[in-house]
Design a protein around this ligand. Structure first.
Ligand SMILES: NC(=O)C1=CN([C@@H]2O[C@H](COP(=O)(O)OP(=O)(O)OC[C@H]3O[C@@H](n4cnc5c(N)ncnc54)[C@H](OP(=O)(O)O)[C@@H]3O)[C@@H](O)[C@H]2O)C=CC1
Ligand SMILES: C[C@H]1O[C@H](OP(=O)(O)OP(=O)(O)OC[C@H]2O[C@@H](n3cnc4c(=O)[nH]c(N)nc43)[C@H](O)[C@@H]2O)[C@@H](O)[C@@H](O)C1=O
Length: 308
């Protein structure tokens, strides 16, 4: 990318999009274009066509999506399927029609089969049954990967797909029901500390394992791959390290300074037992994460406190 290239960051107000925007600004890019969902609803085919025809971006980071945690994914199944398919169909197709030089599509680690061997290699895609709680979201993301591949095959488009692990960071969603586990726990422990509660409820058994990457590290990897990766296959982005939800809860408890007990609500779903990314392909390309979980937790908690 040239410093003067016109770069569309779709979803720039979200956790990932805002981190990509910060990274591009830091690198000195001067022509970054953005739209809120109110200004441009990416589900609207005509509006997206008009926007691309008018703006003619050179590069696209597709970080706009319907996103949420395990309960949101399982509750709003139709919305997760429809909205994600609509957004990515419109953005990818218009990127092709308007001659975008390169597009990056963001998928997710939930595209891999529920019981796939660990760590998850890129070629495990479509080798088994998906985790039911987020199957609609995963199906949309798999369609996005296949769309990038097909547009590359048929039309020669340089469209790449990256698969981030579970993320956290600045501008995260702290909704009590719809958020992901890490921001949900920050909020729950902070509220319990301030209310003088004796316990915090953790969903599920606490035994599932998850890997967490700080969103600014993800943005750094996205930028690196936009500059250095143009292969026709997906690539994982993660730390290659995971922990149980119980251990995550203990780490958040310590970060927040809550002194009570953990209680496990097993009426809530555990989801996938484990989804640890194989990041050997990414490491071979020369990229590794910088921000370790303990440090990232402190940064995320400060961000939460500054906004509540
Ligand atoms: N968070 C995570 O743990 C993970 C996220 N990802 C992927 O990373 C990407 C970004 O996720 P994240 O930043 O967490 O999500 P957020 O919910 O924080 O942000 C999503 C962004 O998408 C925009 N958006 C949603 N719907 C529309 C629409 N109809 N039209 C235009 N814009 C829309 C929103 O815009 P606005 O604010 O203007 O309404 C928002 O800024 C997604 O593709 C997600 O699947 C992958 C793995 C893990
Ligand atoms: C990134 C990824 O995120 C989603 O998958 P997930 O990893 O299963 O999502 P999660 O972060 O919401 O939960 C992780 C684990 O944590 C447990 N858990 C405990 N207590 C809370 C809690 O309070 N809130 C939440 N949300 N989970 C909790 C929860 O029961 C589960 O065992 C996908 O749908 C999809 O969006 C996707 O791609």
């Amino acid at each position: 990318m040239e410093k003067s290239s016109k770069i569309f960051v779709a979803g720039h107000r979200g956790m990932v999009g805002s981190a990509i925007y910060r990274k591009l600004q830091k690198e000195g890019y001067q022509n970054i274009i953005t739209r809120t969902s109110k200004e441009l609803d990416l589900r609207n085919q005509q509006a997206v066509a008009d926007f691309f025809a008018q703006e003619k971006p050179d590069y696209v980071f597709l970080a706009a999506a319907k996103v949420g945690g395990i309960v949101a994914n399982n509750t709003y199944r139709a919305d997760f399927l429809y909205e994600n398919l609509a957004i990515q169909n419109n953005v990818i197709h218009q990127s092709y029609l308007n001659g975008v030089t390169k597009l990056m599509f963001l998928g997710s680690s939930c595209i891999y089969p529920k019981m796939a061997p660990q760590p998850l290699k890129e070629d495990y895609l479509l080798t088994g049954t998906l985790e039911p709680t987020n199957e609609p979201y995963a199906i949309a993301k798999i369609a996005g990967i296949k769309m990038c591949d097909a547009y590359r095959d048929q039309h020669g488009c340089n469209f790449i797909s990256v698969m981030p692990t579970n993320l956290y960071g600045l501008n995260d969603n702290y909704h009590p029901e719809n958020s992901h586990v890490l921001p949900a726990l920050i909020r729950k422990f902070d509220e319990a500390k301030n209310n003088g509660s004796k316990e915090v409820v953790i969903w599920g058994t606490g035994s599932p394992m998850r890997e967490f990457l700080f969103a600014d590290d993800l943005a750094d990897a996205c930028y690196y791959l936009m500059e250095n990766y143009s292969e026709p296959t997906l690539i994982n982005i993660g730390t290659g390290e995971d922990l149980t939800i119980k251990d995550l809860a203990l780490a958040v408890k310590e970060t927040v300074g809550f002194e009570g007990e953990l209680v496990f609500d097993t009426s809530k779903p555990d989801g996938t037992p484990r989804k640890l990314m194989d990041v050997s392909k990414l490491h071979k390309l020369g990229w590794k994460h910088q921000i370790e979980l303990r440090e990232g937790l402190k940064l995320a908690y400060q961000d939460y406190l500054s906004k509540k």
